[in-house]
Design a protein around this ligand. Structure first.
Ligand SMILES: Nc1nc2c(c(=O)[nH]1)N[C@H]1C(S)=C(S)[C@@H](COP(=O)(O)OP(=O)(O)OC[C@H]3O[C@@H](n4cnc5c(=O)[nH]c(N)nc54)[C@H](O)[C@@H]3O)O[C@H]1N2
Ligand SMILES: Nc1nc2c(c(=O)[nH]1)N[C@H]1C(S)=C(S)[C@@H](COP(=O)(O)OP(=O)(O)OC[C@H]3O[C@@H](n4cnc5c(=O)[nH]c(N)nc54)[C@H](O)[C@@H]3O)O[C@H]1N2
Ligand code: SF4
Ligand SMILES: [Mo]
Length: 727
């Protein structure tokens, strides 16, 4: 089953530019709202405070929430337009079944639930429990993330649960745990403002974490220096003191070079290193083993600039280092993360005012969603599913035996691989669009076509859901109460503004009903509302590294968010970690991790001589399911394109806005060029928010970090030829 009911070309057409959505009666005829609901933006990890204007059961508009301390009313274009999703004509209002030849037809909830449960039970009886997999996502609240972890293990009884954060936060998570024993940005963003030097590594903050830009500018107003490491001169890089245009996939060599300068020019903070860290000698030796000339040759950054970066970093009294997917989306993602942390630890600038470090969390709840048992190897509170003590504690909270709690499962890309090879036969997905977001889309599509059964839960019919047998109409952010955890580690409250429209159901109700019909109600029937789930999460996280025990709905509302760890009700929360310089390792010392440069999986050759990297634009979000449907956002960037340097364009004989074919070993796309002098001449960039024949992931490689399992989205090799306009 799960063959496409309609040809892929038709789907691609269907997902072309959408006409702008205008509310019935037009913008000017909108009524005054009945009420304002304070909540947060559903998109990126900034989790800006917003207010929704609500009339009856519809969100009709939007206002900033000036008092929310993180963004103080500031927003980006996506936040301003997000409310338009609810009234969109594509919004799923009832469950669907795929009927060959007819496409999707409306069915009752009874049929949707019964068909799904029958398929799960039948497939599990034939192939074992783990032949059913669950893929989940962290646009979901903490409550739903926690529920998905429990539902997979005790409802479906499968080990095979993983989440879309596998494509996003796992290199950072693994690196943070290795170095500090805890996975969170070390500081609230307030510390950025007090830093003398800020280093941004592989992050396009102005477009992807827009409010962070405001904190950086405030630091700049106080005289802070800014270093940006990115193959492109991103908007923030246009304002920086030093831009290092690294060749994609080679950051660990560059960071070794910078560390070497710090060491050789005497900037290492020996007393801090001696008292509060271990592993320095190996790390120092690794840095001194690579000459600056080699670091420069590998990374494509001039020696003088590497020296300058080392000096700027070394001289400062206070500093803040931030990185994101530019270095984490790599087969060396974890190496790159610990290389950044090595620089922070070598200078001992952590745990005090203006001294900090943080990965910039991507998805809305990318932080909370990676703490409470959403990952194939994890239990709530960021516990380890393979650790007997951790298992025993969660069994005591869940009221199950160790035998009833499955072990470590497979990562999201491995699950797709196992579907492809036939070991996994059925899939339930929620809040994930892997056909667009996983590398090598052709492989993902082949896998989806092999499924015996697939149920997707979403509020739009995303491209992956086109392969589903059953589609369940779930809920938008504003249709369920819950909590979320921002990039800073601040736990905030998502408030319900409206009920799901039509026959659509709250995601939580869908999962609880599935659990009931699977005969597993004893583990779930006590959940009557989101707060019940949060209260169990608090207990389940108690004593773990991500401890939420002291956080309640009431506290979040009163205090405008609480930073975890917060182990007791009288604990104030922890905006800045490591003030006591006691790290979450057995000996309370932070760990240096020695890194030796490894080349990326694909190197340019005569057939594929150009390096491709991929990423984002400000107006689109992730696989684009949500933002490609909002006219005002689509107008800002209606089509993907290939960013290409004038020198390379001249070599290829193409002009700005001309059509080119970009071809990798996996597939090809035909796009227009955007000729810019702000990218390395040997590198091209494609934003990835589009599906089908325009998807960057037709080109990307299925190569993964050996520790975190994150895909290498930021480096593949391609060739480019002139092309005719596609019909
Ligand atoms: N507008 C918008 N904002 C978003 C999102 C979105 O889709 N749209 N998504 C959210 C999510 S989930 C995430 S994960 C974040 C991502 O946020 P970012 O990581 O900031 O965004 P990306 O565009 O993926 O990549 C960042 C930068 O990495 C650079 N880069 C590419 N290859 C390399 C390399 O090898 N080394 C270095 N040093 N840099 C490299 C790219 O040129 C790019 O400027 O954004 C969040 N915010
Ligand atoms: N080439 C390339 N590929 C990439 C990246 C890259 O930089 N380059 N970035 C990667 C990264 S960092 C990420 S995070 C992934 C993201 O990849 P995905 O997670 O696959 O992308 P989304 O668009 O967030 O898909 C989420 C789906 O969940 C639905 N959804 C959102 N909120 C809810 C909810 O509350 N309930 C329910 N039921 N559904 C919901 C949306 O409608 C959408 O269909 O993409 C990765 N893919
Ligand atoms: S997308 Fe991010 S920066 Fe923009 S309004 Fe939403 S949370 Fe804020
Ligand atoms: Mo992400």
């Amino acid at each position: 089953m799960a063959k496409l009911p309609v040809p892929i070309e038709q789907i691609v057409e269907e997902f072309g530019p959408h006409p702008a959505y205008v509310p019935p009666g037009g913008w000017l005829d909108r009524d005054a709202p009945d009420r304002l609901v304070k909540t947060h933006c559903c998109f990126c990890g900034m989790q800006c405070g917003i207010q929704l204007k609500v009339k009856k059961n519809a969100v009709i508009g939007f206002e900033p929430w000036e008092e929310f301390p993180f963004n103080k009313g500031k927003l980006c274009p996506k936040g301003v337009k997000r409310y338009l999703q609810g009234g969109h004509p594509d919004r799923l209002l009832h469950p669907l079944r795929s009927v060959p030849g007819k496409g999707f037809v409306q069915i009752t909830w009874e049929e949707a639930f019964a068909t799904t449960v029958r398929a799960v039970q039948d497939i599990q009886s034939r192939f074992g429990k783990d032949s059913v997999a669950l893929l989940s996502g962290v646009s979901l609240t903490n409550e739903k993330s926690y529920l998905m972890g429990k539902f997979a293990r005790l409802g479906l009884q499968t080990a095979n649960l993983d989440y879309n954060g596998r494509l996003c936060m796992v290199s950072a998570g693994a690196g943070n745990k290795k170095a500090f024993g805890l996975d969170r940005a070390s500081n609230s963003w307030d510390d950025i403002v007090h830093a003398e030097v800020i280093m941004l590594v592989g992050t396009n903050v102005a477009e992807c974490s827009p409010i962070t830009t405001d904190y950086i500018w405030r630091a700049r107003d106080r005289g802070a220096k800014l270093i940006v490491i990115d193959p492109r001169v991103t908007p923030i890089a246009r304002t920086c003191d030093l831009h290092l245009p690294v060749l994609p996939g080679t950051d660990s060599a560059l960071l070794l070079g910078i560390l070497r300068v710090v060491i050789e020019q005497g900037y290492a903070n020996e007393p801090f290193i001696h008292e509060h860290t271990c592993g320095w000698e190996e790390t120092k030796a690794a840095a001194l083993a690579l000459s600056l000339e080699d670091a420069s040759r590998i990374s494509g950054v001039q020696v003088a600039d590497i020296v300058r970066a080392g000096q700027m970093w070394g001289e400062a009294k206070t500093s803040f280092l931030m990185h994101a997917r530019g270095i984490e989306h790599s087969s060396k993602g974890v190496d790159n993360v610990v290389s950044c942390i090595n620089l922070v630890l070598a200078t001992g600038r952590i745990g005090r005012k203006g001294c900090g470090y943080g990965t910039i969390t991507g998805q809305g709840n990318g932080q909370g969603g990676r703490e409470h048992g959403h990952k194939c190897d994890q239990l709530p509170g960021n516990r380890d599913i393979s650790n007997p003590d951790h298992r025993a504690y969660i069994c005591s909270v869940w009221g199950c035996t160790d035998e009833e709690l499955p072990g470590k499962g497979h990562t999201a890309p491995e699950i797709v691989q196992l579907i492809h090879s036939g070991q996994i036969k059925a899939l339930i997905s929620i809040c994930f669009n892997p056909l667009v977001s996983l590398p090598d889309s052709n492989f993902t599509r082949e896998a989806l076509e092999k499924l015996e059964h697939y149920t997707a839960i979403d509020f739009f019919l995303n491209e992956t859901a086109h392969h589903a047998d059953i589609v369940m109409a779930g809920s938008l952010h504003e249709e369920e109460e819950g909590t979320s955890t921002s990039a800073e580690g601040r736990v905030i409250k998502i408030n319900k503004a409206v009920d799901p429209p039509g026959e659509a159901k709250a995601d939580t109700d869908i999962i609880l009903e599935l659990a009931r019909r699977l005969g597993r109600d004893k583990f779930f029937s006590h959940f009557k509302c989101s707060e019940d789930i949060f209260n169990e999460l608090r207990l389940a996280s108690k004593g773990g590294t991500a401890d939420y025990f002291g956080i309640t709905y009431e506290r979040i509302e009163n205090e405008l968010g609480v930073f975890w760890p917060c182990p007791s009700l009288d604990h104030p929360g922890t905006p800045r970690l490591w003030e006591d310089l006691k790290f979450k390792t057995p000996d309370e010392k932070a760990r240096f991790n020695a890194v030796t440069y490894r080349p990326p999986m694909e190197e340019p050759d005569v057939d594929y001589p150009i390096v491709l990297t991929t990423g984002r634009v400000v107006s689109q979000y992730l696989s684009g399911t949500q933002t490609r449907r909002i006219g005002g956002l689509l107008d800002l960037c209606p089509e993907p394109y290939v960013e290409i340097h004038p020198q390379l364009a001249a070599q290829l004989g193409v002009e700005n806005q001309e059509w080119v074919k970009v071809i990798s070993r996996r597939g090809e796309v035909t796009l227009r060029t955007k000729v810019v002098s702000t990218i390395r001449p040997d590198t091209v960039f494609i934003p990835y928010h589009w599906p089908g024949r325009r998807s960057a992931n037709n080109l990307t490689i299925r190569s993964f970090d050996p520790i975190s399992g994150i895909p290498e989205y930021k480096r593949a090799c391609v060739r480019i030829t002139k092309a005719e306009s596609p019909e």
